[in-house]
Design a protein around this ligand. Structure first.
Ligand SMILES: NC(=O)c1ccc[n+]([C@@H]2O[C@H](COP(=O)([O-])OP(=O)(O)OC[C@H]3O[C@@H](n4cnc5c(N)ncnc54)[C@H](OP(=O)(O)O)[C@@H]3O)[C@@H](O)[C@H]2O)c1
Length: 251
């Protein structure tokens, strides 16, 4: 199968390209650094010639709603239009668990992306993942004030990027479901607990202060806003295993 991975140079994208290539598929990473831009449309038609599947793993570093909404809606609309022209049979998009319940801030961007995918006219599968373990240090940094890390004790169920990539790759070579699948990590606990465990493993001495009202990147959340409420695929890698492997690799 020819599978174009938009955002194939990113954290998840790189691993998805690697997995699919190792299975004998023609997996092609496409992103601005390879001359393909889903926002301007540059290089899209050329990248999609002969593609069976397109996996959208793009992201923007900016969390501002005014940036993420136009980014994800324009990018998704351009991708789906190019996919229709090229006869692509399956569009896979990676979204975030809670997108359907939160809908503001960064989640507004993911809502716009999911809507564009549903209306795009190409058979699709929307995957929603919880926060990656790799993302937890950023959550800590975002909550830092005067040397302390203020985070909520509302629940999270994070997962390793490697588990996300494995499930994305599996979905890419499966039939489109025209619906949503959710995935999460093997453990559920307070966000403060996960942040504390990651900081401790990294010998980061910032104290973690539990503040139920801290929200998530400035977005007010409730107890179960960012964990799956229904059925979900569960990743294999625990935070303990991930911390052990990242410390061995000096990360
Ligand atoms: N972080 C989390 O905890 C989390 C949880 C659930 C879901 N997600 C979702 O997972 C997805 C992938 O995240 P990630 O952490 O792997 O992202 P990432 O490492 O930040 O990589 C982003 C990728 O998007 C590409 N990109 C940026 N602008 C583009 C454009 N205009 N056209 C085409 N490609 C563009 C980048 O290309 P260059 O390298 O060329 O710049 C890069 O390959 C995102 O959609 C995110 O919403 C994240």
């Amino acid at each position: 199968m020819k599978i174009v991975v938009i955002g194939g140079t990113g954290l998840i994208g790189k691993q998805v390209v690697e997995i699919l290539s190792s299975q004998g598929h023609e997996a092609k990473a496409a992103s601005p650094s390879t001359g393909v831009d889903s926002v301007t449309g540059q290089g899209l038609d050329e990248a999609m010639v002969g593609a069976d599947v397109v996996v959208d793993l793009t992201n923007t570093a900016d969390f501002d709603e005014k940036v993420v909404v136009p980014f994800f809606s324009t990018s998704s609309r351009n991708l789906l239009a190019a996919e229709k022209r090229a006869g692509v049979r399956h569009h896979v998009a990676l979204s975030v668990v809670g997108t359907d319940r939160i809908g503001v801030g960064y989640f507004a961007g993911k809502t716009a992306q999911e809507k564009a995918v549903r209306e795009g006219g190409v058979p699709y599968t929307i995957l929603r993942a919880t926060q990656f373990f790799e993302f937890i240090p950023l959550i800590a940094d975002a909550g830092t004030r005067d040397g302390s890390v203020y985070v909520t004790n509302h629940l999270m169920q994070p997962m390793a990027a490697a588990d996300v990539a494995r499930i994305v790759a599996e979905t890419a070579v499966s039939p489109a479901i025209d619906g949503v699948l959710e995935m999460a990590g093997p453990e559920r606990a307070g966000l403060d607990e996960f942040v504390g465990r990651v900081l401790a493993a990294r010998n980061d001495s910032r104290p973690v202060v539990t503040d139920p009202q801290a929200g998530y990147f400035g977005i007010p959340i409730e107890e179960t806003s960012i964990v799956p409420l229904g059925e979900s695929r569960i990743g294999d890698i625990t935070l303990k295993d991930w911390l052990n492997s990242t410390s061995q690799h000096g990360l």
